[in-house]
Design a binder for this molecule. Structure first.
Ligand code: AMP
Length: 149
């Protein structure tokens, strides 16, 4: 019994990330050339703290968060809201993301999600495919911990 549960756990760790991700069409995003004001609007309306930044060919460029936007408009004495519509997202985003591909094993996602709230997943050519979130990862684990084969 124990070994067959372990076999199932091992098997799920080897499944491709594409089987577990939230697909691109359901993911809120902004374009690299959008202004910070637009990104702030999307972030606030969607309720997410960070969202992917894509180029016009749907390729992943980075991540933008509310914190990055406020940091960019922080003046010496006040927050300079008027700058929201002159700063482009790609000049303030985090473009240093771990490379995660649709065919990578779920196990790679598990390792990376220790330090990231969510991961952006791409096709081999960099086209954005979706995200893998901690929530999905935890739900998956709950399923395999509590269900018997
Ligand atoms: P969760 O694990 O569901 O709390 O999601 C973690 C983070 O992933 C959120 O704070 C967002 O930054 C991002 N995220 C989750 N779902 C979406 C989505 N549909 N669109 C954009 N970002 C998302």
């Amino acid at each position: 019994m124990v070994s067959s549960i372990n076999d199932r756990r091992r098997a799920v760790l080897q499944t491709p990330i594409s089987e577990h991700m939230i697909s691109a069409e359901k993911v809120a995003h902004v374009q690299a050339g959008n202004y910070a004001g637009h990104a702030l609007l999307v972030l606030t309306k969607s309720g997410y703290s960070a969202i992917p930044v894509l180029d016009s060919s749907f390729r992943l460029k980075g991540l933008i968060s509310i914190g990055m936007i406020t940091d960019a408009i922080l003046g010496l004495e006040r927050i300079e809201y008027e700058r929201l519509d002159s700063i482009e997202v790609d000049s303030i985003m985090d473009g240093n993301l771990p490379e995660v591909y649709v065919h990578d094993p779920f196990e790679k996602g598990l390792d990376l999600l220790v330090n990231h709230t969510f991961l952006c997943v791409t096709e081999e050519d960099g086209t954005f495919a979706g995200i893998l979130t901690r929530r999905v990862m935890l739900k998956e684990f709950k399923k395999y911990i509590y269900t018997t084969p």
